[in-house]
Design a protein around this ligand. Sequence first.
Ligand code: DX5
Ligand code: ZN
Length: 214
Amino acid sequence: MPVEIAPSILTADFANLERELERIASADWVHLDVMDGHFVPNLTIGLPVIRRIAQISPLPTDVHLMIDNPDTYAPEYAAAGATSVTFHLEAAKAPVRLSREIRRQGAKAAAAINPATPVAALENLLDEVDMILIMSVEPGFGGQSFIEQSLAKLAQAKRLIGERPIKLETDGGADRQTMPRLAKAGADVVVAGSAIFGAEDPAAEIEVLRELGR
Ligand code: DX5
Ligand code: ZN
């Protein structure tokens, strides 16, 4: 299976989101970063904007919640029409219950871990999630440089997943240089923000990254 490309709109033009979505329509997902100014030191978009994007997006929506209290808020994003809802394991109080609730609301459930959180922390969640996200930068900002240790974590997560139908996603610092190594380490879905929206032609860049991930 070729690696799926999930452009993050964090570096897109927030005044023209519909047009920006058209520019990446050849991707596999659109990655939507929700930040609350508490879990991470940055603030982006929230539920009303995600709801509207889910309505108009030509692509499945991959909502990445970098927020405190996902137990309360994540199910609302699922109910708002997100295809997949990712919460951070570091912020969740009851991740099993939360994953079930997200699924009950009709979305795929995903759990993310920060660079300093060990992969083993996901072990008891494997029957409950559709995707695992290994952060390859500290969450909060686009355009940061890739943390090399993430490659070993991806390989470890791949082994942990085994034959289960769980996708392995990576987020942060993906570009032409890191893409081949991310694919080799086992990533199924690669999020890329600045590499795609910083390119002159985002659609062409998606193709370049896809080729490098083969
Ligand atoms: C970072 C976000 C990422 C970000 C990636 O906290 O979760 O999705 O947009 O941006 P790049 O690809 O520029 O590292
Ligand atoms: Zn993200």
